[in-house]
Design a protein. Structure first.
Length: 256
């Protein structure tokens, strides 16, 4: 196992004060066999009522509220994890075979896939071949999409970011009845969160990074899993107030 230290911080500022702020956070490591949590901590400010639980997909949740007026909201997590080979032995829930609004495939996407792979023998190998071909069809471009962009929209415009590459591959796999899921988390270095996928082949979940075109062996810290981006959002909230929000995110992950 390799040992990594991570830090994650999000700071949200509001143009005017807000109150009655209720939030739900996914910013703690997912608990599974290939990653062992040696140390973890988190802070939320302002907040007086904090609770923890897990959601339907097993993701760690932090949720709470604050009534006092405020113009900024900050949450952070940090810790140390031990990472081994990124594999999960588990039969898939059938929900991971079904498309969502963000992971539907159209005829053009299915035709594109059929011209490359058959998925008859080795699902992982064929998925990697599909990912490599997708990079001839789509390019990575920051700020070219939003969190609401669907797989069809990203594929049609031929560009996107990590969540879009993941959504497109998920959409095609699900159109073939293959179980697969969206993963969010951290990778070594500094920056923002990253997205990749897991695909199930004969009861084993393998991790693939569609953005970087690789089979993930280790070194990726899994935070959340779900059907698509919406199941893995790191922050979601409602409040009373108006005005623009400004968000800053900073993540570090380094081997120690």
């Amino acid at each position: 196992m390799k040992k990594y230290q991570y830090t994650y911080q999000t700071s949200i500022t509001f143009d005017s004060k807000v109150s009655d702020h209720h939030f739900k956070l996914r910013c703690l490591p997912y608990r599974c066999g290939f990653q062992k949590i040696e140390k973890e901590d988190f802070t939320v400010s302002p907040c007086k009522n904090i609770m923890r639980s897990t959601d339907f997909f097993g993701n760690e949740l932090i949720y709470g509220s604050t009534c006092e007026p405020h113009k900024s909201f900050t949450f952070a997590s940090c810790g140390i994890v031990l990472l081994s080979q990124h594999l999960v032995v588990e039969e898939p829930n059938e929900i991971f075979r079904l498309p969502t609004l963000l992971t539907e495939a159209n005829e053009e996407m299915i035709k594109f896939s059929d011209g490359i792979v058959s998925f008859e023998n080795n699902i992982v190998k064929d998925t990697l071949s599909l990912v490599n071909a997708l990079h001839e069809r789509m390019k990575y471009e920051s700020c070219s999409t939003t969190i609401k962009t669907s797989a069809i929209e990203a594929f049609t415009q031929g560009k996107g970011v990590c969540q879009d590459f993941s959504h497109v591959i998920l959409a095609i796999l699900r159109s073939k009845g293959i179980a697969c899921r969206y993963i969010s988390g951290f990778i070594p270095g500094e920056g923002e969160s990253h997205a990749w996928i897991e695909v199930n082949d004969n009861g084993i979940w393998y991790a693939i990074d569609p953005t970087r075109s690789l089979l993930i062996e280790s070194d990726y810290l899994k935070i959340a899993q779900g059907r698509d981006f919406n199941d893995c959002t790191m922050e979601r909230g409602v409040f009373v107030g108006s005005g623009e929000q400004h968000k800053l995110v900073h993540i570090t992950m380094a081997e120690i």
